[in-house]
Design a binder for this molecule. Structure first.
Ligand SMILES: [Zn+2]
Length: 145
């Protein structure tokens, strides 16, 4: 299977990621979440349930794992440079994640953002949806605490 590799991360490179996508970049439409938190960041999310994601954190103590709303997921924000890199959640013992498309290097190849409104979903429906569409088996490598 052909895969399309992308890299990205926060501005100071404390949080970096590599992702393998299974389709051409322009077929992905990043989801612009309309909750108050994501609007303030201008975040829009991209993931591939058939793809692969590895996140590498240089110093974990410089990462803020912010929780909001139902507190089901961790928003990974660099404490040093303030960039929101992505969101991760452990569902039924497996780690899923999605990436803020704004943190991807060369993100102009992707399709246009589409508005998404997960805040209207209840907690159960939300986690089921994440397990369907986020990167499964996400690896988070922590190089130092
Ligand atoms: Zn940073």
């Amino acid at each position: 299977m052909t895969t399309y590799q992308f890299i990205g991360g926060c501005h100071c490179e404390n949080i970096q990621f590599e992702m393998d996508l299974t389709r051409e970049a322009n077929t992905y439409t990043p989801r612009a979440c309309d909750c108050d938190f994501c609007l303030k960041h201008g975040a829009s999310y991209l993931s591939d349930a058939q793809g692969k994601l590895v996140i590498t954190i240089k110093h974990e103590s410089d990462v803020n794992k912010y929780q909001q709303g139902n507190k089901l997921a961790d928003f990974l924000i660099c404490k040093n440079c303030g960039v929101l890199v992505g969101v991760t959640s452990v569902i039924d013992g497996k780690r899923y994640a999605t990436i803020n498309s704004k943190a991807i290097t060369n993100n102009s190849e992707f399709g246009l953002e589409k508005r998404a409104s997960p805040k209207k979903l209840d907690a159960q429906t939300k986690t089921e949806r994440w397990a369907d569409i986020w990167f499964p088996n996400t690896v988070i490598k922590i190089l130092s605490e």
